[in-house]
Design a protein around this ligand. Sequence first.
Ligand code: TTP
Ligand code: CA
Length: 367
Amino acid sequence: MQNRVIFLADFDYFFAQCEELRNPAIKDKPVVVGVYSGRTEDSGAVSTSNYIARKYGVKSGLPLFMAKKKLEGTDAIFFKVDHEYYDQISSRIMQIFRGYTTALEQVSVDEAYLDVTEEVEGSFDKAREYAQKIKADVKAQVGISFTIGVGPNKLIAKIACDSQKPDGLTIIEPNEAKAFLAPLPVDRLLGVGKKTTAKMAEMGIKTIGELAKYDCQVLIEVFGKVLGIYFHNAANAVDNEPVQEQGEAESISKIGTLKQDSHDLDFILQKTGELTDFVIKEIVARGYSYKTVSIYVVNVDLSSRTRSVTFEQPSKDKETITKNVRILFEKFLSESPLEIRRVGVKVSGFSKDQPQQKQLTSFFTSG
Ligand code: TTP
Ligand code: CA
């Protein structure tokens, strides 16, 4: 079997980098993004911080009042989390990734696996150039930097990625994988938490190298069959998990705030036009057809409404969305006198194009 070549892309100090992107002037200052619980002005915790703030010891999870203390006397800037904005940037990057691979697995808002085996013809040399190209493309189009770990499987790609950040590129070739893991502590493996680490320490296992050499039979006796075999394989850099999309999307939507509250159809349709552009790109990238188009409205009094239309036959094009969003808004505005603050476009009822790939069975029967 050909080597696989797997990338893990992890966006650098993501929420804080998004804030820098829209306020370039703050780039040289400590930047902290926090979740404010609202009880007092400073209650809440740090979501993330840029690398300058990290030098002062300000990291994810730290209470905000402590972050303020550590950064006292600096020109640090604090932001409230804005998930809608970060999601939007994340989706734009994921969309670029889709142009570079047929197998993309988004793990979180700022992490995704790409199986690029075919694209680089199994070559780790080509993988380096390919990774640099993707990084440069995203930097140019979106302005965000990220780190890529490259390995023969997901496990190695992930640990490679964590080994050098930010703006990193770490490549571990198949013949280096075991030696790369060996000196690392066992808790670097997915699924090895505090309890397991303590149990392994009792057994005299501290590093992944020690775990790799440990009698697999004993691991099975202590941790059970599934985990025992998993620990043995993982420590030996063996991982056959495929890179696969996490379930199909049920709907694709985009919401935005109008520049000013409005009841004017054309003004509203200007905004929904932008939202539709975004939605149709996602649909095309995923090879979907859709049957339902919906609009979402948040009125000035913050009440929200949705309206939908479902067709008999699936569609794939942008015009059908544009046309139906117009019809839905015309009707909605004629029924509701309130000015609108935010609008959304949602498309659902998906069916997927048949993949062009031949089914395995057709090889068996055509022989
Ligand atoms: P991470 O990838 O863990 O961190 P990061 O992107 O900020 O920094 P790094 O350069 O080390 O990759 O998390 C991704 C985002 O998730 C992060 O930007 C903010 C959010 N987050 C929280 O809100 N709370 C947390 O405790 C953590 C760890 C992350
Ligand atoms: Ca990250």
